[in-house]
Design a binder for this molecule. Structure first.
Ligand code: ASP
Length: 315
């Protein structure tokens, strides 16, 4: 299994499932649930940071790389495990993606665990951020127009958890769960629940999932592009770095990817210093951590940015 750095505490639970012959799909779901239930991770599930109105809106997706069955939810409020609701969308509906009120209605219908995902500490962070924008919970809720406030409340505070798994049968699966961009406009959906953008896998080639500025992964169809690159024979490290070069060619914003190939090779890349990722196999007692390859953004038009563009970016 491979995960974003914040997924480390969950990996032993996922590996236990794989070691006893369980499926990659069960492993990635179990791991995502672990982090969703952890209130100390302020980027996922319970304890995730809310939108500008103080509502924790969760996005999640899960994919089976063998059948390409997938399920996703976005802007889901009031439930503990968006990843399990996403899996139920995949397994129990004729659809792949439910959002907002419809996703919550479906979660209620299947008896999903309800939760108050705004914790005392994330409420405090939200009130502080509103204060810096000259607002209070009461004032912001009264507003007819939110855009001006959101321009002040959103900074580079995002976060997500990615899990990629390869099981004994050679099936690959991937799961992504997030509370998205902190203090976002209500209804903002990032890349995490969008198959092909923040999450994609194909058991023939491998899997990829993103964290960071989700709008970039949507615009670049990043996870699918990465798996296409694996399919074309590109090694995992070059694939991960090409994804960051693509993002860098568009905007200067934090962006990260993890990649796992169908033969178990893995790599991760970022455009910010010091970012890590983790992995674990059934032969390991605990997860290993490594620095992601750094692909810094070059100034537009510099010789090296043109070289990296030739090596794998959009242009
Ligand atoms: N990609 C997530 C989003 O845009 C946030 C993150 O990973 O930092 O919602």
């Amino acid at each position: 299994m491979v995960a974003s750095g914040n997924g480390a505490p969950a990996l032993p639970a996922g590996i236990r499932i794989l070691a006893r012959g369980g499926s990659a799909l069960d492993a990635v779901e179990a791991c995502a649930k672990f982090i969703e239930a952890d209130p100390t991770d302020t980027s996922v599930g319970r304890g995730g940071r809310p939108n500008v109105l103080g509502v924790v809106e969760l996005d999640a997706s899960i994919m089976d790389g063998t059948t390409h069955r997938t399920g996703a939810v976005a802007a889901l409020a009031g439930y503990l495990h968006p990843i399990s609701v996403a899996r139920a969308v995949m397994e129990r509906t004729p659809h792949v993606f439910l959002v907002g009120n419809g996703a919550a209605r479906f979660a209620r219908e299947i008896g999903a665990n309800r939760a108050q995902n705004l914790t005392a500490s994330t409420r405090k962070l939200w009130v502080e951020r509103l204060g810096k924008a000259g607002e209070t919970p009461a004032s912001v809720r009264r507003r007819a127009k939110l855009l001006g406030v959101v321009r002040k409340t959103v900074k580079e505070e995002r976060g997500t958890v990615n899990f990629l798994a390869l099981d004994r049968r050679g099936d690959v699966a991937s799961a992504v769960s997030t509370s998205g961009w902190a203090y976002k406009y209500p209804g903002r959906v990032g890349d995490s629940p969008i198959i092909g953008a923040g999450n994609f896998c194909d058991s023939r080639y491998g899997a990829a999932a993103c964290t960071g500025y989700g709008e970039l992964a949507i615009r670049g169809v990043t996870a699918k592009t990465a798996v296409d690159r694996l399919a074309s024979g590109m090694p995992v490290d070059v694939t991960a770095q090409a994804a960051i070069a693509d993002a860098n060619a568009l905007e200067d914003a934090a962006f990260n990817i993890v990649v796992l190939s169908a033969d178990g090779a893995h790599a991760a890349a970022t455009n910010r210093e010091g970012r890590r990722y983790v992995w674990m196999t059934a032969a390991m007692k605990e997860p290993a951590t490594a620095l992601r390859a750094l692909v810094p953004r070059e100034r537009r038009g510099s010789p090296s940015s043109r070289a990296s563009a030739r090596a794998g970016s959009l242009r």
